[in-house]
Design a protein around this ligand. Structure first.
Ligand SMILES: [Mn+2]
Length: 374
């Protein structure tokens, strides 16, 4: 989805230097308890994700863990940008089979040239790099802001390019989840296409939809059911459908500016809190957000703690916030949330800035909907 992955500026791009897509520097793993499992069978197929910074790396960890929890038989590959720090790469290694550092500055002439022509599309080029994973015959790309709710290995029965409709423009596919076949030839064509035509939305989704431009009309088998990429925004825009079909969802996609890792989590109560400082205890928290945090707290945090050792890092738990507040100054009553007009709220909604924990929370919308249906 466009605009969701932070875009590198030129100076950041120029600072990229490690060689492209190589296993990140880390001594070989100790005996892997997963190594001999029969689940290793499909070793030439992989789920692939991308993390451009440490926040998205946390998302990738939760995604990878959710795939493991549902017993995927495929390999897991994380592409990481050069800005992902060493402890996060180490933690990714504990979940993923491969952690590849992607550096478009040093990844062959074609990529380099493409980047020089279109520096604005740096992150897009990084994502397109997944086509160079030619050690695999088929892959499923999943954004780091997705979460798997059940086994989805059947996606490997689909062909390139299979994807689910985008909720904003259903004749376009959403590039948060797609099936593809790694191929250097396709990669080069994509790069050439990208540097010539740019992206109509500024991101990879625009490029991919222009390149695979027969998706909407040519072959229905390439349309993944929406349950493989259920965007959190769609839940609110068609609530009756969500009530009817939501329980079948297999992948949830946290579209929008606020990502699960932007919230805080209260381990004691098991509640997710908005980053506005005034959590309303009467609000129902969306289940998927809680599921994300449960996986994070149970399986990801221990790896991060091990990787960071004594070095401090943000766990995302509410205790951190309290410590910060105490350190900063005296604890004072949190300011009331700013009141916004319904017009302003509509604009924010349309820009993907949904206040899931506040005005746009499930209970509020459900109440509204019920008042219409009565
Ligand atoms: Mn996304």
């Amino acid at each position: 989805m466009w605009g969701l992955i932070p875009v590198l500026d030129c100076s950041q791009l120029l600072s990229l230097c490690p060689p492209h897509c190589k296993p990140s520097s880390r001594p070989s793993r100790p005996a892997d308890p997963r190594a001999d499992s029969p689940q290793r069978a499909m070793s030439d197929q992989a789920f692939v994700t991308l993390a451009t910074n440490d926040s998205y790396a946390k998302g990738a960890m939760v995604l990878g863990q959710s795939l493991r929890n549902h017993n995927t038989t495929r390999k897991l590959v994380a592409l990481v940008g050069p800005h992902v720090t060493e402890p996060c790469r180490t933690a990714l290694h504990s979940i993923y089979d491969e952690v590849c550092v992607v550096d478009i500055m040093d990844s062959g002439d074609a990529s380099h040239l493409a980047l020089m022509k279109r520096p604005d599309l740096g992150v897009t080029f990084t994502k397109l790099h997944c086509w160079t994973l030619t050690q695999y015959s088929k892959c499923v790309f999943m954004d780091a802001d997705t979460l798997v709710l059940s086994n989805i290995d059947e996606l490997f029965e689909r062909e390139e390019l299979s994807a689910a409709p985008d909720p904003g423009w259903p004749d376009c596919f959403n590039s948060g989840v797609f099936v593809f076949r790694p191929s250097n030839e396709t990669h080069e064509k994509l790069l050439a296409f990208c540097s010539e035509n740019g992206s109509f939305d500024g991101g990879d989704q625009g490029v991919l939809n222009s390149f695979f431009n027969t998706w909407a009309t040519a072959d229905i088998s390439k349309h993944l059911p929406f349950i493989y990429n259920l965007s959190s925004i769609a839940i609110y825009s068609y609530l009756p459908a969500f009530r009817q079909f939501g329980h079948d969802a297999k992948v949830v996609h946290f579209l929008g500016k606020t990502k699960p890792w932007n919230y805080t989590y209260d381990v004691q109560s098991g509640q997710v809190r908005g980053h506005s400082l005034s959590p309303d205890p009467s609000q129902l928290h969306p289940d998927y957000l809680v599921m994300w945090w449960q996986i994070y707290a149970k399986s990801v945090l221990p790896s991060l703690q091990q990787a960071y050792g004594d070095a401090p890092f943000s766990t995302g738990f509410t205790e951190d916030k309290i410590h910060e507040d105490v350190k900063g100054a005296q604890l004072s009553a949190p300011p009331p949330p700013p009141q916004i007009s319904s017009e302003e709220r509509k604009q924010r909604w349309e820009a993907g800035q949904v206040d899931y924990m506040g005005d746009d929370s499930f209970v509020h919308i459900e109440r509204k909907l019920d008042s219409f249906l009565k």
